[in-house]
Ligand binder design. Structure first.
Ligand SMILES: [Zn+2]
Length: 243
């Protein structure tokens, strides 16, 4: 069973290393063609693995074939279908999903509780995150961050929570991260302020995904009291060619 009830957000992990021709068959032709046009093999593999996992999960929940699940884009700002957050074309299904990837990791969240956003980042030892601080942290967050020693882990923890929230809302990068606050990296995940709609604060669940601190990840759901479950996505996907 993919989802036990309407209060669950199921998070499925897999790795780009398990890309396989059998996975491409789970995508409709147009999506497969788009993936094939990506120049780097790793981008192609990642796209195919991520959408194969999304489609497998939705297909299971909807009782359809993976390649037949109708997915559209929708921009919450202008209403365009050319860009914006991917969503199920059949709104009556009440099913929400989000996907993210970083390094070898691919992660997909599905829920009936409400719109969902997920993010994962991969801490790169050589990366300098300092140029991002000002655009990412509120004044209070920045003060706390620097007082705690300005650790990259803390920064990325905050980052993934914020990215998850903007993906759940659907605005993405149109809502600058320094315009809203999340809880401190040592605290349980929570949305503390939101610029346009303060009521969102009481109706959003933010959950950290446990695991490697070098691979911080978080999921946000626009609903109260949602619980998360984590699963191995590789076991859902065709097995041939798995590394
Ligand atoms: Zn737009």
């Amino acid at each position: 069973m993919i989802l036990a009830d309407a209060k669950e957000c199921a998070v499925w992990w897999t790795e780009v290393g398990c890309a396989d021709p059998a996975l491409a068959a789970l995508l409709p032709a147009a999506e497969r063609d788009r993936a094939d046009r990506l120049r780097r093999a790793v981008d192609r593999d990642r796209t195919i693995v991520a959408w194969a996992l999304v489609r497998t999960l939705l297909a299971e929940l909807l009782g359809e074939a993976a390649a037949d699940v109708a997915i559209e884009r929708h921009c919450v700002r202008c209403g365009s279908a050319d860009h914006g957050k991917p969503r199920l074309a059949d709104r009556s299904a009440g099913l929400h999903f989000s996907l993210a990837h970083s390094g070898p990791h691919v992660v997909v969240a599905v829920s009936r509780a409400g719109p969902v956003g997920i993010d994962v980042e991969h801490l790169k030892a050589k990366s300098d995150y300092r140029p991002l601080y000002r655009r990412t942290l509120t004044a209070d967050e920045a003060a706390a961050f620097h007082a705690a020693g300005a650790r990259p882990h803390d920064f990325l923890r905050t980052w993934v929570r914020k990215e998850a929230v903007t993906k759940a809302v659907g605005t993405g990068i149109a809502t600058p991260f320094h315009t809203f606050a999340v809880s401190g990296p040592e605290e349980l995940g929570a949305l503390l302020t939101w610029p346009d709609d303060p009521s969102l604060v009481d109706h959003t669940t933010v959950l950290d995904l446990p695991g490697d601190p070098d691979r911080p990840a978080a999921v946000a759901i626009l609903a109260r009291d949602v619980r998360m479950s984590e699963h191995d996505g590789a076991r859902l996907l065709p097995r041939r060619g798995r590394r």
